[in-house]
Write a protein that binds this ligand. Structure first.
Ligand code: M6R
Length: 602
């Protein structure tokens, strides 16, 4: 995780770096720092987010510098562990993890280390090589050749003013190019105010930026060609516009966001047109298995869609965590498997590593991504679907979840259309999708009722979320949201699994959120779970398309549209529940403790 920002040019660097860091704060916000270089070096570092920086301590004139916003991996969040790290003649910011930093310590003077970070060890190693090479580019390149792990770094040195060195392996580094000015960032959003001409560094490339221009090398110092690209349409950070938190705003944006996701893609006659997936008919016909890979909420979106896609396409759909697939054998037949990678940010390290592993195994790969031009969107072989839901700022993902499910359903419909499958089912899907934005609007009208529920239940610490079929992934997502933003202990189970163990936890303080579907058989089964919990003194909150069951303590009723989308409407209610319980507990709603929006380390 972490965001890095650098600038070298003709204008004062302080504000450019500061606002670049602010744009990237979603990547980590437990500590921050800026170092500027002119006649001398000025550094300010702080625990907390960028708002805690003391900008007065930084030069107003310096026209070059680097900055960092951190999500701690090695060493607690503190000013000492914050970047930039200044060791000897080297100043460095780093995003990623140097896995062999303990081994590398053998080569440096560890008594001079001021932090507990792997990054400072890297700075010390570069310093060591700087003393022998007297050249910042070579020193950085030599140290990085020794480093194992991932990095997106920028280095500078008071002994070699006028140059910034940037390098990447596994963590994005984008260089913005303008007349006599260069910007370096982890994320293009930090560049859009300055330039639309960018260079995406590839893994194991090192760039030198100076008055002489931009030079790019590999780690063996071989000159690399430079491709200056036009920055793809990148969304600007959004404003709160009267909402109290981005979480609330983004929950409320869902009807519009989904309309944008489906615009020009879904027609009421059941036809679904997608321009992004780049699969020939023969390739589609060869697909006998779909594999969906993502992390956290993105994984749950894939899990939800699995239930519907199997029915639509009549082929098995598996869902794997990014952090698992990359390290496991996985007996997938590359000729007949399509792997779909799901990610809001397109930068999640585990998802990206799984993508690269799938490509290595020659599996067909496609992406479902929100961030335009992100690493995932650029690295898939067969295109994909952009969500078009706008920037998601809150760490807790909401509108991206709903849109990811919709995108997968659209893809299922698109593939089924092409393969000439069940037209009635397709028409029902299109009808349900068309109604979804207004059904979510209706669910949001229950906000007051859900707020009241939260006022009664906000101090309960133990929660179960229970559902069957695609309501099980909704339960998983509901539990994740509540634990993530309200810090309540929430777990999800398939409703039928309760009696195989978890039911032993039920007591008078325990709340179970039970999702009850329209389907008669599963509804009845759900009622049995309700009875079993009540028989043990637990509290039950039911969420259903049907009226309140007599034994339930609290109830939220939503409209019934159909099997593809009912779960998404219930999910909107669970999002509001998490929001209101977090608000009542006075949590930092948009930036929950210990988290970051984009998880770019393993
Ligand atoms: O950017 P991604 O969709 O790849 O992120 C994946 C997860 O890190 C993310 O969904 C995470 O679980 C959210 N904080 C959940 O709200």
């Amino acid at each position: 995780m972490c965001g890095i920002m650098g600038y070298i040019g003709t204008r004062p660097a302080k504000q450019i770096i500061y606002s670049g860091l602010k744009q990237q704060e979603y990547r980590g916000y437990d500590s921050a720092g800026i170092a500027l270089l002119d006649q001398s070096l000025s550094i300010n570092k702080t625990k907390g987010d960028t708002a805690s920086l003391n900008l007065q301590k930084l030069s107003d004139e310096a026209t070059m510098g680097i900055g960092h916003t951190r999500w701690a991996t090695h060493g607690e969040p503190s000013a000492a562990n914050a970047h930039p790290h200044h060791f000897g003649d080297i100043v460095l910011v780093h995003n990623g993890i140097i896995e062999n930093f303990e081994d590398l310590k053998a080569e440096i003077d560890t008594t001079k280390l001021k932090s507990q970070t792997d990054s400072e060890v890297l700075a010390a190693l570069i310093n060591l090589y700087f003393h022998s090479t007297k050249d910042l580019l070579q020193a950085t390149q030599q140290a990085l050749s020794r480093a194992k792990g991932t990095f997106g770094i920028i280095t500078m040195s008071p002994k070699e003013p006028g140059a910034l060195i940037a390098a990447r392996r596994g963590s994005p580094v984008i260089i913005g190019v303008d007349d006599e000015q260069y910007y370096i960032a982890s994320d293009p959003t930090a560049l859009i105010d300055h330039t639309d001409r960018v260079v995406y560094l590839e893994d194991n490339q090192v760039a030198k930026l100076s008055k002489a221009g931009l030079e790019v090398y590999d780690l063996k110092m071989q000159v690399q060609s430079i491709a200056v690209e036009e920055l793809e349409e990148t969304e600007r950070a959004s404003k709160l516009e009267g909402f109290e938190s981005y979480l609330e705003k983004e929950i409320y944006e869902q009807p519009t966001a989904l309309t944008n996701t489906m615009r020009g893609r879904v027609s009421e006659d059941g036809s679904i047109v997608l321009g992004g997936p780049n699969l020939a008919l023969e390739e589609m016909q060869a697909i006998k298995h779909i594999l969906i890979i993502g992390c956290g909420t993105a994984y749950y979106a894939g899990f939800y869609a699995k239930y519907r896609l199997e029915e639509m396409l009549g082929i098995p759909v598996s869902v794997e965590h990014g952090s698992e697939f990359r390290y496991r054998y996985g007996a997938y037949d590359p000729e007949h498997t399509l792997a779909i990678f799901m990610s809001q940010s397109g930068e999640t390290a585990d998802t990206l590593a799984s993508l690269h592993e799938a490509k290595r195994r020659r599996i067909m790969t496609m992406g479902i991504v929100n961030a335009v031009g992100s690493s995932l969107a650029r690295d898939v072989d067969h295109g994909g679907i952009y969500l078009h839901v706008g920037v998601e700022t809150s760490v807790a993902s909401t509108k991206a979840f709903t849109a990811m499910v919709v995108a997968l359903l659209m893809f299922g419909g698109f593939m089924a259309n092409k393969l000439g499958q069940n037209q009635v089912l397709m028409r029902n899907l299109a009808r349900e999708l068309a109604m979804l934005p207004s059904e979510i609007t209706s669910a949001l009208e229950l906000h007051k009722q859900i707020k009241k529920l939260a006022e009664e239940l906000y101090d309960r610490h133990d929660w179960f979320f229970l559902g069957r079929g695609e309501l099980y992934p909704v339960a998983l997502e509901g539990a994740l949201k509540l634990s993530e933003v309200a810090y309540a202990h929430a777990q999800a189970f398939p409703a039928g699994e309760m009696k195989h163990g978890p039911i032993s936890l039920i007591d008078a303080k325990h709340v179970s959120v039970l999702l009850l579907p329209e389907d008669e058989l599963l509804y009845e089964k759900g009622l049995s779970a309700l009875q079993e919990i009540k028989a043990r003194g637990g509290t039950v909150l039911t969420v259903s398309t049907r009226p309140k069951p007599s034994q339930s303590d609290y109830h939220v009723e939503v409209a019934h549209t159909g099997p593809h989308t009912d779960g998404l409407v219930m999910n909107a209610c669970l999002q509001l529940l998490a929001l209101e319980i977090a608000a009542k507990n006075k949590r930092n709603i948009d930036k929950p403790r210990n988290l970051a929006k984009s998880v770019t380390v393993e």
